[in-house]
Design a protein around this ligand. Sequence first.
Ligand code: FES
Length: 174
Amino acid sequence: MKGTSSAQIRKALKEVENQLEPKRENLIPALQVVQEKLGWLPREAMLGISRYLKIPESEVWGTASFYAQFRFSPVGKNMIVVCRGTACHVRGSAGILRELERELEIKPGETTEDLMFSLERVACLGSCALAPVMVVNGKVYGNMNTVKVKHLIEELRKQETKKSGKSKKTRRVK
Ligand code: FES
């Protein structure tokens, strides 16, 4: 279970037990609590929810997979969201997304194997005047182009290398 320890999962499940009664109708809130704590839904956590709420694991999976809000792979340290709305499209967001896919070797919805980056795309970020726009870790970057994207990724990698003291190559996990 890449990126999330059993201790973290146990802690998230404890939180579920503290916040919610062991009732079937608490399935979605329980999934939300775990995802809020861990950023995604590891299998071990889904199993824990299944036991606590006395719901078959297949049903827990079935429900979770029905909702787009739930993730089944870990989220990277840096979340990159690219706007693919009309205003951004007209001003070159397709090229920006392609550049990110090339740099990170992942597609939207995926995370690099070293858990450094996750990539998502959305329909509109609400900052059309700054198109093309992307958001990195909650910060909005407007008037983007492929050169700026390259520099931003380099900068984020440098920061990470400084923190970890070594360089890592990013690879896709799914
Ligand atoms: S279309 Fe991209 S921010 Fe609105």
